[in-house]
Every structure is written in structure tokens, then in C-alpha cells.
Design a protein. Structure first.
Length: 338
């Protein structure tokens, strides 16, 4: 879910060409959930192989990364480790929402309402051990590095950007800004057009760049104050104060300076807010990782075509794009060396 500060954060539309030769630390869970949600059949059923295993995530990883690699972009996927205990309440709520969506999905199918069925089906996506392990296997076969975070993948990705090991984080959520990532790229793996909620109209989707320093300068606040705004609105670790959204939160923080003063003035309470703030300021991350971009693919066809029933023609076509990107990367490396 992440923090909802889109109303106060400005972004800049960019193209793939602006990301050439850039290492992007991809928040793996965030992006894989996106694939599981969006890559479905008309009635909302996820793509599956002949053994009934979900393959929507594999389709997303394979075909969307073909676009990135061919464009000269260097993605590194960062997977979640153990969630912070303070997140348990949010995880339980998400579980209940998924169970409710599952009931409504089945009801919509029975009523023949395929549009509503698809919407509800998108809300039932779950990350299983098989989905995570098959994702890692495919990434390895595609010579795309992946890293296991000790805790939140988005905090580890932000750490890699702060260290200079990645240029930006790739995610649909704003949380990485709170964790200190200086650059965030949204819509990295979204292609084409997106259907607008409750409408038959479609909106063109392009990558968007958000720079933390520009955000803070524009809002005239510090990163700590941005974190305080999000705690007021609600994060994955706490419920916000009723009636306070990002715009009002910004107004209060600029007027009263910090979260403590706002809570005192409004006679509101947020339990453990100092611990929540510290999760963002001092997250559990590791320096024990290596990023290597190899220029040799594994036996992708065996995994996708023989084991997961993918179309051989489509897979071969996409593999050519991966190879084009790798050739481009080799050439870039030679030019850099010269």
C-alpha cells in the first residue's frame, strides 16, 4: 500500500532513454504484485500453466524486463525479508481485505459481471513461496541481479541508492523517499495505457522521476518532517489521525514544526510514533550484496516453454530483445573503457 503523498509530491515525466546505463534498484514485491494484479484474463483469472501454477508474475518479469534491458537500463531486484513487527496489523488487515475481495469476486462471476469480477480479482493477489522462488529463478536465468533484503525491500533499495550502488529506486510507492532514496522512478514496468477507475477512458502511462531534494525544497520541509506528515496521514506501521490527509498534514507540520507539536495541539494520539519514525530514519539494511551484470542468458526457454507452457515464438522474440540489450551493454562498456 505505502504512504499516500501523491497529492503533494511533484514528478517529472521521463523516457527510457533518460535511464540508459542507469542501475535501478527495483522493489521486487511491489512490482511483482503489480504483475499479479494486472496480468490476468478477462474474467480476472491469473495466467496459469498446465499444472495450475500462477504464471502472471513470470510473464511480467520476462516481457517487461525485455523492454528495460533492450533500452540499456540495468534493473536489480530487491526482495523483502522479514517484515517489522509493527507492520503486523497492516498485514492482517490486507489479509482480511483479500478474503473479502475473494468472496465478491466469486459472487461477481456467478452474476456474470466480468468487469467487477476482474476488479475484485486484482485485489486478491498473494505472494507465495512458489511465486517468489520462481521469480528469483527467472531473474537469474535472465542475468538480472537480485538481492535479498534483511527486512523491507524498499528500505534496502533506498540504501543502495544512498550508497551510490544504484541511481534510483523503481517502485509504485513513495515509501522509498521516506527511507532516504534521492531518486524514485515510478511506472518503470508499466507499459502503454491504463484504464481509469470507474471510466471507459484510458490514460497514457510513462515513467516518472521524483527527486527527494526537489520535493523537500518545493515543500520547504526536511525529510524528517516529510516522515512526520506521513505518520499523521497513516503508514504501513500506523493508522493516521482521522481527517488529516497529505495537504492538511503538510499545513500542520509547517505550522507546528513537528509531529509531537501537532498531536499536542490537536489533542490526538499515535502510539509508538517515535519507533515508526526511526524505522524510516534508521532501517534494517545490509551491505552484504554484490551487483554483477552478466551478458549471458541461462536456459530461459526450458524454464518458460517446457516447464511453464509459454509460447516458444513469443519467448524467442523477447529473448532477442534481451540479447540486443546485452550487446548494447557490451558496446557501452567498451566505449567507457576507451
Amino acid at each position: 500500500m505505502g504512504v499516500g503523498i501523491g497529492d503533494i509530491v511533484k514528478s517529472e515525466e521521463i523516457g527510457f532513454e533518460d535511464l540508459e546505463n542507469k542501475v535501478i534498484a527495483v522493489d521486487a514485491y511491489n512490482i511483482i504484485y503489480q504483475f499479479l494484479s494486472s496480468i490476468r484474463q478477462r474474467d480476472g483469472t491469473p495466467l496459469k500453466d498446465s499444472e495450475g501454477r500462477v504464471t502472471s508474475h513470470l510473464s511480467g518479469i520476462f516481457y517487461r524486463n525485455a523492454n528495460l534491458v533492450e533500452a540499456g537500463i540495468r534493473p536489480v531486484y530487491v526482495f523483502d525479508g522479514a517484515p517489522d513487527m509493527m507492520k503486523e496489523g497492516t498485514l492482517e488487515k490486507r489479509k482480511k481485505r483479500k478474503e473479502e475481495a475473494e468472496k465478491e469476486y466469486k459472487k461477481s462471476l456467478e452474476e456474470g459481471d466480468l468487469e467487477r469480477a476482474r476488479i475484485k480479482a486484482q485485489q486478491t493477489s498473494r505472494m507465495t513461496e512458489e511465486i517468489e522462488e520462481s521469480s528469483k529463478k527467472l531473474l537469474s536465468l535472465l542475468a538480472i541481479p537480485w538481492i535479498q533484503a534483511p527486512s523491507e525491500g524498499e528500505s534496502q533499495a533506498a540504501h543502495m541508492v544512498k550508497k551510490g550502488d544504484a541511481w534510483a529506486v523503481g517502485s509504485q510507492d513513495y515509501d522509498t523517499l521516506l527511507f532516504g532514496a534521492c531518486k524514485l522512478v515510478k511506472n518503470l514496468t508499466v507499459t502503454g495505457k491504463r484504464k481509469m477507475p470507474g471510466s471507459s477512458e484510458y490514460k497514457k502511462i510513462s515513467p516518472e522521476l521524483i527527486e527527494l531534494e526537489k520535493v523537500l525544497d518545493d515543500l520547504e520541509i526536511t525529510r524528517k518532517q516529510l516522515i512526520d506528515i506521513c505518520i499523521l496521514c497513516g503508514t504501513d506501521y500506523n493508522q493516521g489521525v482521522k481527517g488529516i490527509g497529505p495537504k492538511r498534514g503538510l499545513k500542520y507540520i509547517k505550522k507546528y514544526d513537528n509531529l509531537e507539536s501537532v498531536l499536542e495541539e490537536k489533542e490526538a494520539q499515535i502510539n509508538n510514533y517515535e519507533a515508526i519514525r526511526n524505522i524510516f530514519l534508521d532501517p534494517d539494511v545490509t551491505d552484504d550484496y554484490t551487483i554483477r551484470f552478466k551478458n549471458e542468458l541461462g536456459d530461459v526457454k526450458v524454464f518458460l516453454c517446457d516447464e511453464r507452457d509459454f509460447s516458444e515464438d513469443r519467448v524467442e522474440s523477447a529473448l532477442e530483445r534481451f540479447k540486443n540489450g546485452m550487446d548494447r551493454r557490451k558496446q557501452s562498456s567498451l566505449l567507457s573503457f576507451d
